[in-house]
Ligand binder design. Sequence first.
Ligand SMILES: Cc1cc2nc3c(=O)[nH]c(=O)nc-3n(C[C@H](O)[C@H](O)[C@H](O)COP(=O)(O)OP(=O)(O)OC[C@H]3O[C@@H](n4cnc5c(N)ncnc54)[C@H](O)[C@@H]3O)c2cc1C
Length: 383
Amino acid sequence: MTEGLNIAIVGAGIGGLSAALALSARGMNVTVFEGAESPREAGAGLSIPPNALILLKRTSLCAEIEKITTRSQGLTRRTSQGEPISPGSPPVLSYQIHRVELLEMFLGVMKELVRFGHRCTAVEERTTGARLTFANGAVCDADVVIGADGIHSVVQRQIGLTARPTSEGIVAYRGLVQSQKLSWAAKLRGLNMWIGDGRSFICFPVSQGRLINIVAFVPSMRDMEETWFAPGDVETLSGEYGDWDAPVREIIAALEHTFRWGIYDRPPLPYWSKGCVTLLGDAAHPMVPHFGQGAGQAIEDGFALAVLLEHARRDEVPARLQAYQNLRLGRTRGVQTASRLAGRFYRSAAGNPLEQAERMREWMSAAAWIFPYDAEEAAAALR
Ligand SMILES: Cc1cc2nc3c(=O)[nH]c(=O)nc-3n(C[C@H](O)[C@H](O)[C@H](O)COP(=O)(O)OP(=O)(O)OC[C@H]3O[C@@H](n4cnc5c(N)ncnc54)[C@H](O)[C@@H]3O)c2cc1C
């Protein structure tokens, strides 16, 4: 019976915590092991697509999530000089959120499930279940181990996988600006993007409009660190957008800090599950960020896994984890490809605005299958 199933999740990011929420709501005993010593105030804005929001809204956090998300319809595109590129794409609803606020919301209801200061160093399969070892000397036995430990996953390597990153030749600058510092911020709605010269600049409001999140993609021949913590230089960023549309220059001038993040792509992994160990989120399907589905696919994974593990006996765990892998591999491969193509489109944005709009419309229409999807329903159909 599920009541006895002990689940260890490695990593308290969006993937690990949303899986913990879904698994514990279905009666499983969950412990989340996080390498950081305490919750980190790291990260800026990210998108939660409708295919993920639908799942979070079914939980006890429905009212909370409503409060912290900003809703936008479609994406307003402009050239680097501010000329509209429209209509461009079908007006898909999306939701923007401050990563720190989302993690705080999760921890508000699950703090007692999370063990900070537990950096996993090894996973060893046992006759039933697996044993986790941590850098602080602790060990833990579990019936199921879920590696939700991000792009540099230790659990991934422990089940015999190696991901080979390839640089996209671009660096992303991220940052947050207080809206009150910007003369035009009150007029800003939804997702806004400027494209030109192999660069793009995206901004959207988060934190109920108090902050504007920016992501600026710039070509770079230098290999950049793939980390969320590398500081960037505001002056260098400003030089990259020196002759762009006025709002782009104004927002960069208002930035106090920026972070620099090298963008790397990886091919899909051949498998995610081995015995009673599996992966989710970036550990399972790292993707380039151009389609705003990284967090969304991580959330889908956790909710699908919870449906498939509910009521499983211990001896059924390996088969349920295979079913989870089979369900999720195809879909996330498709999303990885869509994200890669979106990046290519933005980088090669040449031609006149009408041609750009037409290419963008074709590409968005081809990717529209991603949004109307219910991961819990898809998993339930396999039980
Ligand atoms: C600090 C940080 C800031 C980010 N900021 C942004 C952002 O501003 N915008 C954006 O679009 N995306 C951001 N992301 C990425 C985004 O959150 C993820 O791509 C997406 O949500 C998938 O999440 P995940 O849970 O699979 O992986 P992650 O969010 O990477 O979470 C993995 C977690 O596992 C922990 N961990 C790693 N190794 C171990 C180990 N050996 N033992 C125990 N714990 C371990 C990490 O500390 C982390 O908490 C950020 C990620 C991180 C870690």
